[in-house]
Design a protein around this ligand. Structure first.
Ligand code: F0G
Length: 401
């Protein structure tokens, strides 16, 4: 069985209570399991397909989940990029290969399943895009209504298209993501919609399975896991899962949890660099990686603990570094990711240059969303196809053979 617990004052609450923060002290909540009573058998897990639901004993859903076969994403060895950087063991976990094209599906299969178990018929989120796309597909599958709030003009085209075609009620806010999140949180509190942003502790449960899959795919614990950080939910979720694995005796040590932000939106990096007890919000976040254009990460408290307790670090990368790495991943490894995802690998490159990563480390970068999420940014970076007359001689003079 499981319950909700405040990460700060440790107050506990029944698992059926609908809470997004501690009613006693206002800090974030987490799902806690009675790990001593849990029967988990890695041999049984290995017989199930690699997916979020392989690890169902460590998930809060009781009945059959709302699933579109999320998880089980490829782990690629980045041989060429690794060689260029002087790293023999550099991997990318391609979360863009999930049903809606981002890691959010891991959280939403659990979150929407919980919405049904808690009797909720309308789900809601604020989003820089991917959360809304994912919520839309799982709400469609579950046959319930989804409301999504988006920062106007700052959501990549593919993500908006997904929210629309899957039938979410999409509203654009003349404001940024942080404001949209405050609004939807208030709406959910006052009107009883079920909030599925990452302040919902159940959603993060699904996302922790990224770490479980990495361990299963590698067959060992990597030295470092690197993630792009926006609202800081994903890095917190992966660390929480690893803590459970450690308590269960399934691993012996932690990978160094490493968070990468965009230079125009780097409150977590500043807090780590300056050893601050909490983040100072960035009122005007800006970056080409719109997925992580977030100035007030709601999971910062959890993320700072994840980084500090594992001896990890945080770094910021410029938009130019992000776009250069997006192209490198595409052209040297055949891996298409959206800009925010390229930030994790760009961060590794930078940390190596600064001497903050050892070259013998075994590193896994989580690349979080698919290239096709943001076609407009790609098209702006590349020359358009050359248009020619429909004859062979024009073709031959156009080609660089
Ligand atoms: N990468 C991508 C592609 C994302 O969409 C996000 C977050 C992140 C990284 C950062 O993850 O917030 O858990 O630190 N996207 C959210 C959204 C905010 O609304 O889609 P995080």
């Amino acid at each position: 069985m499981h319950h909700l617990a405040c990460i700060s004052c440790k107050a506990t609450f029944d698992h059926r209570e609908i809470l997004y923060q501690c009613p006693v002290c206002g800090h974030p909540l987490a799902v806690e399991y009675d790990l001593d009573c849990l029967v988990v058998d890695p041999k049984v897990w290995k017989e199930r397909p690699l997916s979020v639901w392989r690890y169902r004993e460590l998930l809060p859903v009781q009945g059959s989940p709302v699933t579109l076969q999320e998880g089980g994403t490829p782990l690629y060895h980045l041989k060429k990029l690794g060689e260029e950087m002087g790293l023999r063991e550099l991997y990318a976990k391609h979360e863009g290969m999930n049903p809606s094209g981002s890691f959010k599906d891991r959280g939403m299969t659990v979150g929407v399943s919980m919405a049904l178990e808690l009797g909720k018929k309308t789900v809601a989120c604020a989003s820089t895009g991917n959360t809304s796309a994912s919520l839309a597909i799982y709400a469609a599958k579950a046959g319930i209504h989804a409301v999504v709030l988006l920062p106007a003009g700052k959501v990549a085209l593919g993500k908006v298209a997904q929210a629309l075609i899957h039938g979410a009620e999409a509203i654009s806010i003349r404001g940024n993501f942080d404001q949209a999140l405050e609004m939807v949180h208030e709406l959910c509190r006052s009107h009883g919609l079920y909030l599925l942003n990452s302040i919902n502790p159940y959603r993060l449960e699904g996302q922790k399975t990224i770490g479980f899959e990495i361990l299963d795919q590698l067959g060992y614990t990597p030295d470092r896991i690197v993630l792009p950080v926006g609202n800081a939910g994903n890095i917190s979720a992966v660390y929480k899962g690893l803590k459970e694995f450690l308590s269960l005796g399934l691993i012996e040590s932690y990978p160094m949890m490493t968070g990468i932000q965009a230079a125009g939106s780097r409150p977590v990096v500043d807090a780590i660099e300056r050893n601050l007890p909490e983040v100072i919000p960035e009122p005007h976040p800006e970056t080409v990686a719109t997925a992580i254009r977030i100035g007030t990460p709601v999971n910062a408290e959890k993320a700072l603990a994840a980084i500090r307790q594992t001896g990890g670090t945080a770094e910021a990368v410029t938009d130019a570094e992000i776009l250069a790495m997006q192209k490198d991943l595409a052209r040297k490894e055949g891996i298409g990711v959206e800009p925010a995802s390229a930030a994790s690998v760009a961060g590794v490159k930078k940390l190596l240059e600064y001497g903050k990563i050892e070259r013998n480390e075994r590193i896994v970068c989580v690349v979080t969303g698919h290239l096709l999420k943001d076609p407009e940014t790609v098209v702006r970076q590349c020359s358009p196809p050359l248009e020619i007359d429909a004859d062979l001689s024009s073709l031959l003079s156009a080609l660089h053979l």
